[in-house]
Write a protein that binds this ligand. Structure first.
Ligand SMILES: [Ca+2]
Ligand SMILES: [Ca+2]
Ligand SMILES: [Ca+2]
Ligand SMILES: [Ca+2]
Length: 327
């Protein structure tokens, strides 16, 4: 009985051709028969897993524990158990914050994510088919949540000025810190409505510069409440404000605002000028002389018994009468 022996002369690759049909012909020289031989190429584990999912993701800080944030995926060209992939995280410092499902590749948050502590994490994922093991890095960007409120760096102010604060004069500056980033760290300032004295005039711009909408007299003392908000959290700072003169420049100060002082000086100068004009006028009036236009007789003993009104502009006639006395 003839024996058929087959042997391979090439490479059999199941991942390329998994089934082959051989047509076999047998002949005794007179008769010829044919038969087909159906060959199934069974699999061997000769392919390693290949990661096909992207390698960077982002997740917001403070994401709740148990939240699935991503699914790692890898393929394996083999068949059956040779293509079953098991996932795991390479032990590292972030193993307490993330876990991975060995079968699905789902990555779950299991710890606290704090962007202000760590904003970027690299997870090393391991995939194995039992024979081959491959790794891939997954870059995780922790995005910001507005979970930090502003904090005042300084909450006090003693203002020393050369002169009383005129409107729009910057009195002091406040600043805050906010550990968040971007829009979560933008602080808006305001002055809490205050009816107390001079502090009711105060306002603040968005750079934290506090100024007065009105003139402040010397030695102003009041409390002003500054409010800072990042849109989520609001804090207040009560500033004990004292506006004082520059030390050593107190002598001669009257406490009047500059404008009032200048007004008094101007009034004094004005009165001085008016007084001088009046004096000059009076003096001129006294020195005004009269000219005798025409004379008859001896006027050497002429004396006026009443003033002559020069303002009338008229010519006056002077005359004399001789009173004879009987001896
Ligand atoms: Ca495989
Ligand atoms: Ca294979
Ligand atoms: Ca914030
Ligand atoms: Ca934050």
């Amino acid at each position: 009985m003839p024996i058929l022996l087959l042997w391979f002369i090439g490479n059999l690759d199941r991942e390329n051709t998994s089934e082959i049909t051989l047509r076999i012909k047998a002949t005794d020289g007179k008769f010829t028969v044919t038969s087909e031989l159906f060959v199934i190429i069974t699999d061997v584990n000769d392919n390693e897993p290949i990661f096909i999912s992207r390698n960077n993701i982002s997740v917001e800080e403070n994401t709740k524990n148990g939240t699935v944030i991503f699914q790692v995926r890898a393929t394996d060209a083999d068949y059956g158990k040779n293509s079953i992939i098991t996932y795991s995280l390479v032990p590292g410092e972030y193993a307490t914050k993330f876990s991975i499902n060995a079968s699905s590749g789902n990555i779950t948050v299991i710890g606290n994510l704090d962007r202000e502590n760590t904003s970027e994490i690299t997870l090393r994922i391991k995939a194995t088919d039992g024979t081959f093991t491959v790794t891939s890095d997954l870059f995780v960007i922790i995005t910001d949540a507005n979970d930090n409120g502003p904090i005042f760096k300084k909450c006090e102010a003693q203002v020393i000025l050369q002169e009383p604060a005129s409107p729009q004069t910057q009195l002091f500056h406040v600043s805050t810190t906010d550990a968040d980033s971007g829009s979560n760290a933008i602080i808006k300032y305001s002055v809490v409505e205050n009816e107390e004295g001079a502090c009711s005039y105060l306002d603040i711009d968005q750079d934290g510069n506090v100024y007065s909408n009105n003139s402040l007299p010397w030695e102003t003392t009041c409390n002003v409440t500054i409010r800072a908000s990042d849109g989520a959290k609001t804090i207040e700072c009560v500033v004990d404000l004292r506006v004082a003169m520059t030390p050593g420049k107190t002598e001669g100060r009257t406490g009047f605002p500059t404008e009032a002082k200048y007004s008094l000086i101007a009034a004094f100068v004005f009165l001085l000028i008016v007084g001088a004009i009046v004096l000059i006028f009076i003096k001129k009036r006294r020195l005004r002389s009269y000219k005798v236009k025409e004379t008859r007789g001896d006027l050497s003993n002429l004396h006026l018994t009443s003033p002559i009104q020069a303002e009338s502009g008229k010519e006056e006639k002077l005359g004399s009468k001789t009173k004879e006395t009987e001896m």
